[in-house]
Design a protein around this ligand. Structure first.
Ligand code: F6P
Length: 319
């Protein structure tokens, strides 16, 4: 394989630039031409494609976001959209494509592979919700952004003796909330994977207060519902003064951590190797610190599993 393409798709994630850099540099190292495709599948259909050189990816490893831009394309989901995409790839002589993104992006990669165009997926999303990999690119950075924010909220929560409900991202997954709950020493974590009773959360708050605790931090995953509603319920049911913070898109930006930069470089490097070996329709991942790959189709069929031993530990530590 002599010409490969790379695109980023779906929600951006810190570390995507490190992955783009690794695809371009490793591809060129092995004598390939590498093409950057802008604005995800939408840009692919529109032919927004440019040959990348070593310098094209200079100075981006430390930057958040994606220098190739990203998009969620409805048009690409149609047969016609996919045919247009393949037409553009053929026009540039591109023989294989690396897709950096989440499960929506992998659906697209699976479709193109089924139509005979080899694609390899690299998991990039802050949600950490892709089966077949212990970590996705961007999760660690987003987690650290949350940790820093919650540390700051804790200061003012203590000063004013308040209860805080903090809503974090993760779409349908509770990974960010649970890991942040552990790392921030939260009193409660509300995640979609666990049916936590409201009464139990109140009970914990009351127990803490009876012990003389000055404040409480509750981290709520967006997949469960609105922190604003949850905060209202607490105020209506108790006399705890409650405030709500929705962290929002701040969680998606910022300089990638060292962990994310290394993870992104390793996963993207492996993706290039798979294309060189003639593989297609695979997703790269990391499990027990070893690089692995799986059929994208299998990954898409599996449900995401959260390590519930962390939930148990969190509960034991927040008594
Ligand atoms: O998938 C990443 C993510 O940030 C989710 O955590 C969140 O639910 C969603 O994207 C937000 O999407 P958008 O940026 O389109 O509002």
């Amino acid at each position: 394989m002599k010409k490969i393409g790379v695109l980023t798709s779906g929600g951006d994630a810190p570390g995507m630039n490190a992955a783009i850099r690794a695809v371009v540099r490793k591809g060129i190292y092995h004598g390939m031409e590498v093409y950057g495709i802008y604005n995800g599948y939408q840009g692919l259909m529109e032919g927004k494609i440019e040959k990348m050189e070593l310098g094209s990816v200079g100075g981006i490893i430390q930057r958040g976001g994606t220098t190739l831009f990203s998009a969620r394309s409805e048009a690409f989901k149609t047969e016609e959209g996919q045919a247009r995409a393949i037409e553009q790839l053929n026009k540039f002589g591109i023989e294989g494509l690396i897709v950096i993104g989440g499960d929506g992006s992998f659906q697209g990669a699976a479709k193109l592979t089924a139509k005979g165009f080899p694609c390899i997926g690299v998991p990039g999303t802050i949600d950490n919700d892709i089966p077949g990999t212990d970590f996705t690119i961007g999760f660690d950075t987003a987690l650290n952004t949350i940790i820093e924010a919650v540390d700051k909220i804790r200061d003012t929560a203590t000063s004013h003796e308040r209860t805080y409900v903090i809503e974090v991202m993760g779409r349908d997954a509770g990974d960010l909330a649970l890991w942040a709950g552990l790392a921030n020493g939260a009193e409660s974590v509300i995640i979609p994977e666990k049916d936590e009773q409201f009464e139990d959360v109140l009970e914990r708050l009351k127990r803490g207060s009876a012990r003389g605790k000055k404040h409480s931090i509750i981290i709520l995953a967006e997949g469960v519902g609105s922190a604003i509603d949850y905060g209202k319920r607490i105020e209506e049911s108790t006399d705890f003064e409650t405030r709500v913070t929705v962290l929002g898109h701040i969680q998606r930006g910022g300089r990638p951590t060292g962990f994310d930069r290394v993870l992104a470089s390793r996963l993207a490097g492996k993706a290039v190797d798979l294309l060189r070996e003639g593989e297609a329709g695979k997703m790269v991942g990391i499990q027990n610190n070893q690089l692995v790959h799986h059929d994208i189709i299998d990954v898409l069929k599996k449900p995401h599993k959260l390590d519930m031993s962390l939930y148990q530990l969190m509960s034991e530590l927040s008594i």
